[in-house]
Write a protein that binds this ligand. Sequence first.
Ligand code: 6OD
Length: 487
Amino acid sequence: MSDLPLFRHYIDGSFTPSRSGQRAPVVAPATGQVYAEVALGGAPEIDAAARAAKAALSGPWASMSPEQRWALLDRVADGIEARAQAFAQAESRDTGKPLSLSRAVDVPRAPANFRNYARLARGIGGDAWEQHLGEGARALHYTRHRPVGVVGVIVPWNLPLLLLTWKVAPALAMGNTVVAKPSEETPATATLLAEVFAEVGVPPGVFNVVHGAAAAGEALVTHPDVAAITFTGSTATGQRIQAASAPGLRKLSFELGGKNPALIFDDADFDAAVDGTVRSVFTNCGQVCLCSERVYVQASIYERFVEALVARARALRPGLPEDPATQLGPLISEAHRRKVLGAYERARAEGARVLCGGGVPTLSGPAAGGTFVEPTVIAGLSDASDTQQQEIFGPVCHVAPFSTEAEALQRANDTRYGLCAAVWTRDLSRAHRVAASIEAGIVWVNTWNLRELRAPFGGVKLSGSGREGGLWSLKFGTETQAISIRL
Ligand code: 6OD
């Protein structure tokens, strides 16, 4: 037995270790230090959580009025805000991301998610049709929305709290119950969130957290009491979930990988495009599914743009999360660092020119043990190369010049993925034309990752299926029932 703190499951209102006693070390990636352990759940824990969640569908949660449920979600939001500092520290320790980033983005999004969906759910109504059957006879047809049931939520390690709350809030707002499986690499904020649920009096079984790795995920997506699965993560895992959950014909919502293009036209606001591209490539050390990995720049400004981008990439300061000067955190783990460094090597083997970075920075003090890599810009590869086709999920982009709008579009769309794109231009007609022609679920023009929680969010091709956000997430959590009455 170690003396390290243990992150436990939260099942049916109680914090519990795994029945098997299995646990795994939790590493702070900025230092490489093991600072805690996490209980590793499997089929028994998922079964207990799914049964609790199913029972809660007919308990006090179900007897509450929707207004009472939404008020409770607002109290969850209050509870997170009251502990915002603890959430930010926990998120930054687990992921290594700068504390400034957790404070500015991840943590505020959690209460915003609960408040947004509690408010939007009030607008979900039904349809009604009066039918004339002849000879004075009539019928009334109408729809009502009922909760889909137990929703399985599987979230990754890059934005653990943001994505967990993004999926849990709409499910609960529509009266469902949840079994959530966070990544075993980042268990802290899900556990804190469970504490908030307990504190504010959400009935047991409504929100359950089972920590664990693939065994827990597999048990969740195949459990007979789980009616719907929402997953954000890699395309490969999404494909496995789809296959494994198919016999149950569950509702699925997938937000998967990307190989997102940024298109910079020569009429763009140059400085804004450089700033935006630095953000879109390097935010969260490139570990956001929305990050740009393929940057296409119009030939007339290519040299100047690349010079500015490389200078900004070189200046990004890696370091510990709590250091206010830190701009770039580590990658999530040593295994992920091997993958990203492998991608740098593959790019070299394919003939890339490395314009900056390409290795591991030399850091001193505790950060020397962290899983840092250098921010990297490469050039010289064809669009067909593996480097240009495979998602890397690190602080890296490939830059290439283009001549015409048609060429830029053809190259942007030359991918199996289609999550998002960033377009930089001052020409309004071009902005509309290009946005409409890009095969992606989300297109940002003269900005990147500007979020509006009511707007649809999701990808095409191998980047996912279904849409999240606003009414899309709320409807995912409902079954629409049609009722027909002969009057
Ligand atoms: O901002 C969001 O709502 C969202 N779903 C972000 C997803 C990022 C994936 O890495």
